[in-house]
Design a protein around this ligand. Sequence first.
Ligand code: ATP
Ligand code: MG
Length: 236
Amino acid sequence: MTARLGILGGTLDPIHCGHLEAARAAREALQLTDVLVLPSRVPPHRAIQPVASPFHRFAMAALAVNGLAGMRASDAELGISGPSYTADTLDRLREEGTDPAQIFFITGADAFAEIATWHRYPEVLDLAHFVVVSRPGHAIDAMARRLPALASRMRAIDPPAGRHRESLREPSILLIDANTPDVSSTTVRDRLRSGESISGLVPAAVERHIRQHGLYGVTVRREADLTAADQLHGKD
Ligand code: ATP
Ligand code: MG
């Protein structure tokens, strides 16, 4: 079977367990060879800026997928000077020799609902297959109603019974009803800022990175100091 490449893009500020579960569900349902996790670059003039730098967002993506089968973090967007538009990313992949029929761009249902506002819409939809994964509060069966002009391209992928083996010739919109956790990067940032726990919302290595580097307003935690203090305390 030809290699099928999934791509999960986004600000990933920070990457969390919802992103990973969306990628995992898409990979399983569509038998993707690899999923690239691709933090996007947001140019400085945009009104809404990511909180963490592109480098930290990439580092967290790499830590999050470390050891996960079929997942890779990509820094491809970080060296590009303009904004990361999905259509341009897909063009670049094609120029590098990837067959668009084997590219599966993964989005959550909330993000895909806004597709008509994307750069180079509707052309962007011809540059890859789009995989739309449900998200708590954003059901997959609302998609055809929300985007009636695209309904004829949509097809529900129903794992595990309907594991999807046939090759797709026309660019399609593939809908996956998954059970992704109810977490957003906004929630993670808000909880960190107010000193609440984020345990279970992001992989442990991502949380360690956030605390070690003092991202999102947390106080830097010096593991060595903590250990030394604990030891002193023990000798009191
Ligand atoms: P923010 O709160 O900053 O918008 P976010 O959690 O929505 O963060 P993004 O980086 O905006 O994360 O999302 C990247 C992609 O991942 C989008 O397509 C989004 O719909 C999808 N996604 C994010 N969280 C989930 C989730 N829990 N389930 C399914 N898809 C998700
Ligand atoms: Mg979002």
